[in-house]
Structure formats: C-alpha cells, structure tokens
Write a protein that binds this ligand. Sequence first.
Ligand code: ATP
Length: 432
Amino acid sequence: MRKKGLIRTANLLPRLWAGLSGGIGQAVDVVLGQADEEDRTLYLVGGGLRDLMLGRGQMDIDLGGEGEMRSLAEAAAAALGGRWLEHRAFGTVTVEGQDFRLDLAMARAERYARPGALPRVRPASIGDDLARRDFTINAMALALCSHQRGQLLNPFDGMGDIARGLVRVLHDRSFIDDATRILRAVRYETRFSFAIEEKTLALLKRDMAYLDTISGARLQHELVRLLAEDEPEKGLLRCQELGVLAAIHKALRFDDELAVAFRRARRAGQAPPQPELYLALLGTRLSPADAGAIALRLALSKRQRQALEGAAELAQLLPWLSRAAIRPSQVVERLETYPLLAVEAWALAAQQSAAGEKLGRYLAEWRYAKPSLDGRALARLGVARGSLMGGVLRLLKAARLDGQASSRQDEVELVRAVLAGRVEVPGAEAGE
Ligand code: ATP
C-alpha cells in the first residue's frame, strides 16, 4: 500500500528550508557555506531525511559528509558565537549555540568483530556510510550543497520502502551483527504504522537469540527509547507477539491489560509518563526475584530498578490491600515504604478493584494527610521531645486519616488523653 502525504524528491529541499528557522537554520547555512567553500558535499542523512519524506514535523537534523567535520563546526561556532565539541570515537562533531544544536558526522564504514560487539569504524565514503545502517528507510542521503545539491542517494530503495510502509534490513546478517536492531525494527514499525518486511521478519525471528549478545546498557537504551514513544504499548504488544520480551528475559511479558494501563497512565498525567512509570507497570507482572534479575540484565539505573522491583514487591501487598477492614492509616504506613512510581503503577493496573481504590486514594489524598498540631504546639501542651513526640505526631496523623480527629480541638483533646495516660502511644518509649 502506498502511503499518503509523501514528499516528492524535488520538493524535499524547499520543505527542509521551510522547516528550518532560528538558530538551527543559521547554523545549517553557515555550515553549508563553509562546505561549499571547501568544495565538498554535505548531506541530510538518517532519521531526519526519513521524517522529511514522511512529512513529519519536528525532525532531527543530522548532517553527514566525507572527511573531517571539524572545520565546518569551527566556522559555525565562530559565526554564531557557539561552541563545538568533537566525539573522536564516533567521528562526530556537535556545534551548540543558545538555541540550536547540530550534529555533523563523518561518513564511516563499520565492521563487527563478533555479534553484538560495538563495531570497528573507519572513515569511508557516503555510500559505505549508508550501507552500515539498520534499515533501508534510514539509509538515504540528500545532498544539500555543491553541484550535487538536491540529489538523493537511495541505494537500497528506502524511498520505495517508505512509500510501501516497510521496515527492511540491508542484508541477511543485520540482526546478527547488532540485535538491538530487533527492538529498533519494532519501534519504527509501530511508530509509523509500517510493517516489518516479510524476509526481514523471518531474519528477525531466526536471529532473536542474538539479543543475548547485547550488553545490558545497550538493551536498556533501546527499550527505554521504545518506552519513550507516543504509544509504547503498541511496540510492547508486538514485542510480546514476536517473543522479543521473552528473549530478553523469560519472565518479561506484556498483555492487553497492561496496554490499557499504559493508556490510562497517559490520560492521568499532564505530561507524557516517564519511562520509569512504564517500567513499574512492567514490574506488576513480575515476581521480585525475576524483577531483580531483569534489572541486572538491563543494567537499570537506581530509579529504574526501584520502579521495576518496587512494583513487583508491591504485588504481594495486594490481597491485604483489598480487605475491607483495613484503615487508611494502616494503608499509608505500609505504602510509604514503597517507591511512589510502584504505587502509581499499581493504582493504574488495579484501578477497578478494592485494592486499586485504596491506592488511588493514597495517591490523591491520604499521603498528604498531616495533623494540625506541630512539634512546637505539642511541646506547649507538655509533650516531651524525643520518641514520645514522634509517636504522638504519628498518632495524630492516624487519627486524622481514620476520621477520629477532624479538627485542631479534637487533636488537642487526644494529646491530653495521651498525657493523662488514657491513650497509649505505639512506638514511644516508656518513661518519656
Ligand atoms: P529517532 O527517529 O527515534 O530519533 P533515528 O532514526 O534518528 O531515531 P538514531 O537512533 O538517532 O535514529 O540513529 C540515527 C541513525 O543512525 C539512524 O537513522 C540509523 O541510520 C543509524 N543507526 C542508529 N542505530 C543503528 C544501529 N543499531 N545499526 C545501524 N544503524 C543505526
């Protein structure tokens, strides 16, 4: 099926210029002027060109060309009062000004010493640079200057695949060389409502086990990028269907109910949910031991790990939380020991249950409950500082939450009852 709204080759440059304004537009102008002066060609490459063809707004501008990029970056930084930074290992230079950031990449070829390893790179032609890329739709270049201006390099018919809506690898060993492309394929497929091309799909299934060759950090990076998509549940459902999640870890899974919870998460917040909340939702399906193993496999950061493991641990509290007889103060006491993201995830995942209702109330109101009387007011009433005061504050908070003290006066009376020995304070040391 041919996609609607595709931009014709002749219209690509006008479209590009129309979309470039402010600092980034000026930076591109200077860089292209300098390239012309040096008599070399610069290209728009990768995702930026793909998105331009698809007529998508908000595109990244990645420029590439043959040879060192330093002189171009220097010229742009000098003209616009910005600075530039070279990443030698990748052959890229970044120019940054107040309101722009531009990446310039030296064309390079890659060789994989073994599956999953980071490739060895060497300077190469623009053709070699396109040949090292993941999918045909990302393996095109549009010349922006010199006599080649406006020429499209499309050696793998990426443009045809964009028109057909297909994600296709460039060669049969692609997923073996770099199995992160498995996750990338699903990401593009679901983001653009494309299909993974038939042979590519067969290769993806054949080479699924090569996910084992990928380091935790790289896997995590691609998974988090999937979670940062507008509708990550689409990619995760597809990963589940293809067996990608199980290949990452046998216990990792996704289902329709979680997809509903993902959508709820987006409706509930003003900003798009953080990937960590989605990770916590994934944790609701895991045992604590599996969550720990997955956190290790994906080299999760502390915050990510706490979200995933916290949600897995909180699962054990759900039967208790669904009991009718427990008091709000008991709920607060228990839930305060879990990461907030884990509680939020379970509130979304178990929304329609008795436990979910308590989690929702905890998040919306109970966790903010505070007694009217503070430490100073308690001291004035004659409560000694130390563990007794701590205990009285907890008691007052619980009384607020459970409806036993609804005014400042109720609290004062409760304190007097404590001091008179008529009410016991849990956790306070005797003699204070
Ligand atoms: P997005 O649109 O999500 O920002 P992108 O298409 O710009 O993604 P990046 O991950 O930023 O992709 O990478 C830039 C380009 O580098 C891609 O378009 C692709 O050509 C190439 N690339 C990135 N990762 C790989 C990979 N693992 N294997 C081969 N080529 C890759």
